[in-house]
Write a protein that binds this ligand. Sequence first.
Ligand code: CO
Length: 157
Amino acid sequence: MALRNIVLEGDPILRKRCRAVDQVDDRIRMILDDMVETMREAGGVGLAAPQVGMMRRMFVAEPEEGRVYCFVNPEIIEMEGSQLGDEGCLSVPGYQGKVERPERIRIKGLDREGKEQEYEFRDWDARVMCHEFDHLEGILYTDKAGQVYEVTAEGDE
Ligand code: CO
């Protein structure tokens, strides 16, 4: 595994819609593994492929320590309710903002092995997944936040 460079806000890579992954093969698994390592090293709870310069529809997330998800070609198939909370982003270091997100989602996609998976997430987990999903559409949380403010260094998404 290897650490990858994280693309920062201002780079047009973060503003493009990502293409579907054709096949979950060893190369894709290697990138997903690198993304998990890079996310952990940076102290984040999620990382999407465009953040490491890959314009493909996949992300990794670890909303709680030790609980890691890999989503390839994810689709959010249900959304319900709303919640308001703070978010950061590894591509926007040093900032946070309050963002409205659904309170509950159902999301499906392929896992690291290329098998279908479907999950229901609530609260913080739902927030993390929606944030990462948005990256695949070229959307940053700063687009949705009412206000973005500077914070001292700590864990970001
Ligand atoms: Co982010």
